[in-house]
Design a protein around this ligand. Structure first.
Ligand SMILES: [Zn+2]
Length: 344
């Protein structure tokens, strides 16, 4: 994936600045024969090329419409297929004309004449990798129900307007959203730990681990897989996962949810390592803090808040080109307030 960034700060959607909790990713394609990113993404950063037609989306109402997406995939001025992030990922986009905007990150793939197989394959691969990245960032299971959908799927679910993207294009090349979900899952598996691509996906014998689930609440999450979520049982589960003094603490719940997400939440009684020292959740994440300034916030927990170190922290949290942007800081502060800011 070649992920670049050019936020559409003049778009009314960006200005509205509403935040969402991301539950999925919705694929779109533009429905117009123009594979060039500069048609939509401006200003020219030297790689996009200039759009002299005053119809890009970095304006209050592009084409007079309330539209904005989180990213575009298409060609830069040199014909290289890449991705431009155009909204902070946790902003509410205006991409599907329905309540899907409240839950889904939405991106557009720039269509060409829908006949070029090489272009299709290139943007498909880029979109799969982008979606894998977004699923990881947001703890989403790519094969979860309605986690990865397209605009047309959204319409069938009653959460999006009646559009045919992306099937009218994808079907020509024998792809559908099931392929997408499988390919995203594959992409996530291959890029997970270290560089050994063919690592067997950990020998989690299903008898000793709970089924993977993704939830922001341990109680709801356990319920969702039919497991007793009483405090008594959660204490047992916590103990089986190395937390000996569980009392429902936020930090402990985050740790349990993290394990659950990976399908690594041990069942009580099945563990051979219940006596291992609880290595506290503080090893992976910074202590939770709330602040309106990332610099002040980091200082408040005794962490180096220099630009240099913030770059490292940003990188650990999925922002590769951090330069102190407001929206990036907002994102980092959001993570910090949830105790989910990963250590650099
Ligand atoms: Zn669409």
């Amino acid at each position: 994936m070649d992920l670049r960034k050019c936020l559409l700060t003049k778009n009314n959607c960006y200005k509205a600045g509403k935040k969402i909790t991301v539950k999925g990713v919705m694929w779109h394609s533009t429905g117009a024969n123009n594979p060039n990113l500069k048609r939509y993404v401006q200003p020219d950063d030297g790689k996009l090329g200039n759009n002299p037609n005053n119809n890009d989306w970095n304006r209050a109402l592009p084409d007079g419409r309330e539209v904005c997406v989180h990213a575009f995939i298409g060609k830069d001025k040199n014909g290289k297929v890449c991705t431009y992030q155009t909204l902070p990922w946790n902003y509410r986009g205006w991409h599907c004309g329905g309540s899907g905007n409240d839950k889904y990150i939405g991106f557009e793939i720039c269509e060409d004449d829908l006949k070029d197989k090489d272009y299709f394959n290139a943007v498909y691969k880029e979109a799969v990798e982008l979606t894998a990245f977004l699923c990881k960032e947001n703890g989403l299971n790519p094969k979860g129900e309605n986690v990865i959908i397209c605009h047309q799927d959204g319409h069938k679910l009653g959460i999006a307007s009646n559009h045919s993207d992306v099937y009218h294009w994808f079907n020509k090349f024998g792809k559908d959203m099931d392929d997408v979900r499988n390919d995203v899952a594959k992409a996530m598996g291959q890029t997970s730990s270290s560089s050994t691509a063919s690592k067997p996906s950990t020998s989690t014998s299903s008898s000793s681990y709970y089924k993977a689930f993704n939830s922001t609440s341990i109680v709801d999450g356990l319920k969702s897989i039919g497991v007793d979520s009483s405090m008594t049982n959660r204490k047992k589960i916590a103990a089986a996962n190395g937390i000996s003094n569980y009392s429902g603490d936020y930090d402990d719940n985050v740790k349990l949810l993290e394990l659950a997400k990976k399908g690594k939440l041990k069942k009580p009684g099945s563990s051979t390592s219940t006596t291992t020292k609880p290595t506290t959740s503080s090893t992976q994440y910074y202590k939770k803090f709330k602040s309106t300034s990332i610099v002040d916030g980091l200082k408040s927990i005794g962490v180096d808040s220099s630009m240099n170190n913030r770059k490292k922290i940003a990188k650990a949290n999925g922002i590769s080109n951090y330069d102190g942007d407001y929206s990036d800081n907002v994102y980092l502060l959001e993570l910090a307030s949830q105790g989910k800011l990963k250590k650099a």
